[in-house]
Design a protein around this ligand. Structure first.
Ligand SMILES: [Zn+2]
Length: 389
């Protein structure tokens, strides 16, 4: 065997071992050998390297049955931190997680306007502050992933953010120029679907996550891989036309799905209906609980339009898991049954529809997970954390 081949195989084995340690949480050398089908000797050498690098740690299992307690291996969670950023319209959310994906802090900064340079400087200042704060840890901040509410090309250039009116911005290069760390840019709906798979639905290879807040964004995993399309803009299903000659959309068409099934559109209807421009989710919840007829009519029509879009997505993709990310659907009783009662086609096939547990944290959690995956250079990552509510 050539030396190059040996080094290559060693790096493949290393990645496999790291991903299995992370997935298991805690695992013995013997079980690692069983799961990876690598010899005990190979495991032993690789584990020694990882221990020396302080990427993993050893511990003794506490509740072992009779006999010798095996030494367990786990990722050294506090050896480094991932930074996930959700760059939204009116605010930016920064979440730091340890290397196990557990969030350790979250900061939300308000945006006063959409000026690119101002927001760039705000990002640089905040990221530098985290970098200083965590510089004592073994690896510091291991990577920054920024979620964008707009289209992002395959080479991580921001194509368009409608709410900020930004076109063709190379935020990655602008940040990396000022920061001595790896920065990644990704569409936030893609990050949501990645988070659902990494943290919640470990075995779902075909998963669709639908974020239904100001617009509708779709993140699609097909056979475990994010669906990107030609330039990287796949998933703009908020702009599929579901009503011919319907309401005009700022994309240039009319009758787009998000005009009928995004939370913003429904909240606007409720605000108008109840002559309350400050109507909140809590207000909507109260109205639903009191069975206010007009509110229930608006929500029934919301659910009808949600189901029309879902019908089209299901028939296009045949997904296993469909995750709806919406606070409004979450507070509506028996909502999944109501949606499914509108999905009557004998052709539509999927396994399950559910409401996201991660909710509005999904994008930043996915961003942290993606930073960890890139840092560890593993092909796949599955993390288990305590419920994030
Ligand atoms: Zn549109």
């Amino acid at each position: 065997m050539a030396i190059g081949d040996a080094a290559y195989i060693k790096s493949i084995n290393r990645r496999l071992i790291i991903s299995k340690i992370i997935e298991a949480g805690m695992i013995s050398r013997a079980d690692l050998s069983k799961i990876t089908k690598l010899t005990r000797a190979t495991i032993s050498v690789q584990v020694a390297d990882l221990l020396e690098e302080e990427l993993i740690v050893e511990s003794h299992q506490e509740h072992s049955s009779v006999g010798r307690k095996p030494i367990m291996l786990s990722i050294n969670r506090n050896a480094g931190y991932a930074l996930g950023v959700d760059l939204d319209h009116k605010h930016v959310t920064f979440t730091l997680s340890d290397l196990g994906g557990n969030p350790v802090s979250t900061d939300i900064l308000e945006l006063k306007n959409s000026n690119y340079d101002e927001i760039l400087n705000l990002l640089i200042a905040q990221i530098k502050q985290y970098n200083d704060q965590y510089s004592d840890s073994r690896f510091g901040i291991v990577g920054v992933v920024i979620g964008i509410h707009g289209t992002v090309s395959k080479d991580e250039i921001i194509n368009f953010i409608p709410q900020h009116k930004w076109k063709d911005k190379n935020l990655k290069a602008d940040l990396e120029k000022e920061l001595d760390m790896q920065v990644y840019i990704e569409n936030n709906a893609n990050l949501c679907s990645f988070a659902e798979r990494v943290f919640k639905h470990h075995h779902s290879e075909n998963l669709v996550s639908i974020s239904m807040y100001s617009g509708i964004g779709l993140g699609v995993l097909i056979n475990g891989e994010l669906l990107k399309g030609y330039h990287g803009y796949a998933g703009e299903m908020g702009h599929m036309i579901i009503v011919p000659d319907g309401r005009p959309c700022n994309c240039g068409n009319s009758g787009c799905w998000e005009l009928y099934a995004s939370e913003a559109s429904i909240l606007n209807q409720l605000k108008e209906l109840h002559a309350n421009q400050h109507l909140t989710y809590q207000d909507a919840h109260k109205l639903i609980m009191n069975q206010d007829q007009q509110t229930c009519d608006v929500l029934d029509s919301f659910i009808k339009y949600v189901a029309i879009g879902l019908n089209n997505i299901i028939n296009l993709l045949n997904p296993e898991t469909i995750v709806l990310n919406s606070e409004l659907l979450k507070i509506y009783p028996n909502v999944i049954n109501k949606i499914e009662s509108n999905l009557t086609s004998s052709i539509s096939d999927y396994h399950k529809i559910l409401i996201s547990d991660l909710g509005k944290h999904a994008a930043v959690m996915g961003a942290c997970a993606l930073a960890i995956k890139s840092f560890l250079n593993v092909p796949d990552i599955r993390l288990t954390i305590e419920d994030h509510e």
